[in-house]
Design a protein around this ligand. Structure first.
Ligand code: T3D
Length: 262
């Protein structure tokens, strides 16, 4: 089988690289299967304290492989809802449910579901030359993989609608200025910066970071009262961790904290 996804273990974190560069890493079923397995392995592995997702070659991901219709989707009335249900929605949920931070290094164009999978990640860095394209309208489809949610939530309706209805590319720099992603960095610096960030998160208080991710994701559906209650419960849990004791000791002893993730 084609190696559509490469994984590499680094010190404390895992690098996952989409690897169909001739197709700008567009998704076929095999790439979906391998990515799902790679993310599941990260969830199982206690030594994996951050994940770095990126793409091989000049693109990050061009969404669904439009030439790959061997998924029962050929014929006159393909049920695209079935692909979404079987592959794209579980992928977005898997990324959001992963406890450790998922960093996305968008190394080049991110189009269609490729853009929205990037936006599902916790921290998105993009090469200055990268573009985000809600390509769906160009082929008479609707943004999926959370696209309508991310755009409306991060940008507001005005920008969300214009991007989705026109399918115009959004340059990385503007995506960062608008708050769609964390930051745009010079192409040559992207991977160094992404690795540095992952290494730093991987040596952080993993449990507290997981609880923080959970709280921020819950904020979008909670009232302030619900969120205050949730913060109380998560803080209670964080306060029982060895890393909290270490963090406070290190502060009082004026030395760097040495977190174990527990
Ligand atoms: O099951 C379902 O369908 C439902 C799920 C839908 C989810 C979706 O993601 S729908 C949206 C699918 N994606 C797109 O519509 C994007 C299509 N690609 C493009 O518009 C352009 O490739 C880009 C704007 C992303 C990049 O343009 P450019 O000029 O830098 O590169 P290129 O020359 O277009 O692409 C390079 C090669 O990759 C080329 O192949 P070739 O000519 O060298 O043999 C191109 O055909 C191939 N490629 C790019 N994207 C896809 C693709 N092949 C198959 N599927 C793709 N999505």
């Amino acid at each position: 089988t084609e190696q559509c996804v490469l994984t590499e273990r680094r010190d404390g974190y895992t690098v996952i690289t989409l690897n169909r560069p001739d197709k700008l890493n567009a998704f076929n079923v095999e790439q979906h299967r391998q990515l799902k397995a790679a993310l599941a392995e990260c969830a199982r592995d206690d030594d994996c304290r951050a994940v770095l997702l990126t793409g091989a070659g000049r693109g990050f991901c061009a969404g669904q492989d439009l030439s790959d219709r061997d998924t029962g989707m050929s014929g006159e009335n393909p049920d695209l809802g079935a692909t979404i249900e079987a592959y794209y929605n579980p992928l977005v949920r898997q990324i959001r449910a992963l406890e450790v931070p998922v960093i996305c290094a968008v190394n080049g164009v991110a189009a269609g579901a490729g853009a929205n999978i990037a936006l599902a990640c916790d921290i998105v860095l993009a090469a200055r030359s990268a573009r985000f394209i809600q390509a769906f309208a160009k082929i008479a489809l609707v943004p999926d993989s959370g696209g309508t949610y991310w755009l409306a939530r991060f940008l507001g309706e005005a920008r969300a609608k214009a991007l989705a209805l026109t399918a115009e590319p959004l340059p990385a720099e503007q995506a960062a200025d608008w708050g769609l992603i964390w930051k745009a960095v010079d192409d040559a610096d992207l991977m160094d910066e992404a690795h540095g960030l992952c290494a730093s998160l991987a040596s952080g208080p993993t449990r507290a970071l997981a609880l923080t991710k959970q709280a921020i994701q819950a904020a979008s559906v909670n009232s302030l009262d619900q969120q205050l209650d949730l913060e109380r419960e998560l803080q209670r849990e964080a306060g029982y961790s060895g890393d909290y004791r270490e963090g406070v000791s290190a502060f009082l002893e004026k030395r760097p904290a040495k977190y174990t993730g527990r």
